[in-house]
Write a protein that binds this ligand. Structure first.
Ligand SMILES: *[C@@H]1O[C@H](CO)[C@@H](O)[C@H](O)[C@H]1NC(C)=O
Ligand SMILES: *[C@@H]1O[C@H](CO)[C@@H](O)[C@H](O)[C@H]1NC(C)=O
Ligand SMILES: *[C@@H]1O[C@H](CO)[C@@H](O)[C@H](O)[C@H]1NC(C)=O
Ligand SMILES: *[C@@H]1O[C@H](CO)[C@@H](O)[C@H](O)[C@H]1NC(C)=O
Ligand SMILES: *[C@@H]1O[C@H](CO)[C@@H](O)[C@H](O)[C@H]1NC(C)=O
Ligand SMILES: *[C@@H]1O[C@H](CO)[C@@H](O)[C@H](O)[C@H]1NC(C)=O
Ligand SMILES: *[C@@H]1O[C@H](CO)[C@@H](O)[C@H](O)[C@H]1NC(C)=O
Ligand SMILES: *[C@@H]1O[C@H](CO)[C@@H](O)[C@H](O)[C@H]1NC(C)=O
Ligand SMILES: *[C@@H]1O[C@H](CO)[C@@H](O)[C@H](O)[C@H]1NC(C)=O
Ligand SMILES: [Cu+2]
Length: 569
């Protein structure tokens, strides 16, 4: 009786000290992110740009599996701001997930907002980035999630760990580049450089002194935590004379996969082991764009970014260091080689819970589109204006976020009729589609999912206007990638070849150019969750929608209440 009393009193004390919901957690880590302009020089020119705490790339967040971290965000910039922790599923708490007008209204200049990072099953590498305009070009950083105390990596502990953040650099302000594209209807200018850890590297003017260097000891193993934070470009990445072994992706472990190069699409992360087992020397690691350079869209960044892997010791380094062999920029077969080999670990400690059957089957086409312009006067394909869509709907952002509209029953903000099937069925990947298919409709439509429904989404690229790859990212969930292929999805034949044993568990998957992917998840995280292409200009043009996942019956299957400091709309 006494003991029960004491426990009860202790619980009251804990409640008073830490508030409800946070039980017995000794200390919650709190970080401060001050968003402000800072001046940076690259490629012989200087510009002001938004940063977090004046750092570029931004600060790395270190955490352990299952931890909750609180970030106080101060917006000292001139623009509205949103923050997203890419790949953190935020169980039952979509409130601070981040995408503009989907889960919250902006953090206005001069204001402060507290964001929770609620980690649950994620382990490995994820990242955070701004989710507004194109500011994520400079406002991003790594999230590194270590195993819990008492558990280990499912591979030999590396001697050191290194974030490798890939990005893009424009000499101009990125939002000016975006605005110019929107004004003319054209493809916005491609970046002036690709970056490794914020630096273009030796092959660009005025860049040699800043080149990122990784110093290694012969015989040791390094865990590279590679993030593609580029706005638009899918990247081939390799290290001269060294192989890489992929052991994780998107915050989830994989069976080891050894490759000469990897393809990493915008939004994805790869954990890769590098063995320093070559002759002591200097070697380049390098990244180039993978682009199918579709008709009408020949803008892509064709430059090469490099960093140096430098062995410690006494030797005469080769000059210049050797460059790795990378596939041709347009080698689509090469672009799917990692995806083709990726398997989740699927062992006792890291089980694979792929739904073996599904009760909600969705088929979403992802397309490039165009709007006509008077006298063909726009800068896009054939004088039109570029657009893009999912199931022929180009998404229109509301002015009140969908989550609050849903939670507070505000009508007229969104519709819940997002089609589960394209309105028109045709040979999606045929080269000579009628021009009338290029015009999309517009709308703010979402799809409502019952709590705990088992969902399959087949994402199908089309050749409407122009085929290309689309790295699709889902918020609130990781999903199992059960199948993919080129051409049109065949509902009779293709499901027979699904991997329902050890499919990879990802949050961003690239729909191959003129191909499809099938993903599965169980809708057990109630809330409003964004689905979008992570090629930033495609997002700007409308390639997105959202899911509303309903509450379950049980209180533990329901959304938590909003924080008291939600930014006003
Ligand atoms: C985990 O281990 C670290 C260092 O070994 C220690 O500081 C920390 O208190 C431990 N955390 C828990 C929850 O046991
Ligand atoms: C885009 O590129 C064109 C051609 O190089 C140039 O004239 C224009 O100023 C650029 N615009 C921006 C915003 O960088
Ligand atoms: C890269 O593109 C630019 C302009 O689009 C072109 O002038 C240049 O020749 C290209 N470089 C390579 C190596 O293909
Ligand atoms: C790749 O581009 C080269 C020229 O840059 C072209 O000759 C080749 O046909 C292209 N390959 C594919 C698969 O499109
Ligand atoms: C379109 O072209 C016609 C014929 O050249 C011209 O008369 C008309 O003013 C143009 N319209 C616009 C909006 O530029
Ligand atoms: C471009 O416009 C011309 C003339 O209107 C038309 O013949 C051609 O098919 C169009 N091509 C595309 C891909 O829109
Ligand atoms: C919204 O409507 C639902 C059912 O119509 C109701 O249960 C809920 O209490 C309403 N919420 C608010 C905040 O009005
Ligand atoms: C998309 O919607 C527009 C407008 O309703 C329609 O004209 C067009 O044919 C549709 N295209 C496809 C491929 O469904
Ligand atoms: C949801 O599904 C899981 C596993 O499939 C099950 O354990 C759980 O009881 C279900 N919850 C509800 C509320 O149906
Ligand atoms: Cu896309």
């Amino acid at each position: 009786m006494w003991l029960i009393m004491k426990v009860f009193l202790l619980q009251i004390l804990v409640f008073l000290l830490f508030g409800g919901g946070i039980h017995c957690q000794a200390s919650i880590r709190r970080l401060t992110f001050v968003v402000k302009e800072a001046s940076y020089t690259r490629l012989c020119s200087t510009k002001n740009m938004l940063t977090v705490n004046g750092q570029f790339p931004g600060p790395t967040i270190y955490a352990k599996k299952g931890e909750t971290i609180i970030v106080d965000v101060y917006n000292r910039g001139k623009e509205n701001l949103w923050f997203h922790r890419h790949g953190v599923t935020m169980p039952r708490y979509p409130w601070t997930d981040g995408p503009e007008y989907i889960t919250q209204c902006p953090i206005q200049p001069g204001s402060k907002f507290t964001q929770k990072i609620i980690l649950s099953t994620e382990e490995g590498t994820l990242w955070w980035h701004a989710h507004s305009d194109w500011t994520r070009a400079t406002v991003h950083g790594a999230i590194i999630i270590y195993p819990k105390n008492g558990t280990k990596y499912p591979f030999h502990k590396p001697n050191a760990e290194v974030p490798i953040i890939l990005g893009e650099w424009w000499k101009r302000d990125v939002n000016e580049v975006r605005d110019e594209g929107l004004a003319t209807g054209a493809d916005p200018n491609s970046s002036d450089a690709l970056l490794i850890n914020g630096q273009p590297g030796d092959l660009y003017p005025c860049s040699k002194s800043g080149t990122f260097k990784l110093t290694v000891d012969h015989g040791k193993t390094y865990l590279l935590r590679i993030i593609n934070a580029a706005l638009h470009e899918a990247l081939f990445f390799a290290i001269a004379k060294h192989k890489m072994t992929v052991v994780g992706t998107d915050g989830s472990y994989t069976k080891p996969l050894t490759r000469d190069y990897i393809t990493i699409f915008p939004g994805q992360t790869f954990d890769v082991l590098l063995e320093a087992n070559q002759r002591p020397d200097h070697y380049y690691m390098a990244a180039i764009t993978y682009s199918v350079a579709p008709k009408y869209q020949d803008f892509y960044d064709n430059t090469t970014t490099t960093a140096i892997v430098q062995y410690r010791g006494y030797y005469t380094p080769s000059s210049p260091p050797s460059l790795p062999d990378l596939p041709a920029y347009n080698d689509t077969d090469a672009s799917v080689q990692v995806m083709a080999g990726l398997r989740s670990l699927a062992d006792a400690e890291h089980p694979c819970d792929v739904p073996l059957s599904t009760n909600t089957n969705l088929f979403y086409t992802v397309s490039m589109n165009s709007y006509p312009c008077v006298n063909n006067s726009c800068g896009g394909a054939n004088g039109t204006r570029f657009s893009s869509s999912i199931n022929n709907i180009s998404f229109d952002f509301p002015t009140i976020d969908i989550l609050e509209a849903y939670y507070y029953n505000i009508s007229g903000v969104y519709g819940n009729n997002f089609p589960s099937f394209p309105p028109l069925v045709f040979d999606f990947t045929y080269d000579y589609l009628p021009l009338v298919y290029q015009l999309p409709s517009t709308g703010t439509e979402v799809r409502v999912l019952e709590y705990n429904s088992t969902v399959e989404i087949v994402l199908q690229d089309t050749a409407v206007l122009a085929e290309t790859h689309h790295p699709m990212h889902l918020h609130g969930y990781s999903f199992y990638v059960v199948g993919w292929g080129f051409g049109n999805f065949d509902e009779n034949r293709d499901p027979l070849r699904y991997n329902l044993v050890d499919p990879p568990f990802q949050n961003t998957i690239s729909v191959p150019s003129k191909g499809w992917v099938a993903i599965r998840f169980e809708a057990s995280n109630p809330g409003v969750w964004f689905l979008h292409c992570h090629v930033e200009r495609h997002l700007t043009w409308g390639m997105e929608t959202a899911f509303i996942v309903k509450n379950g019956k049980h209180p533990e299957a329901q959304m938590l209440p909003p924080p008291s400091d939600m930014p006003p709309c």
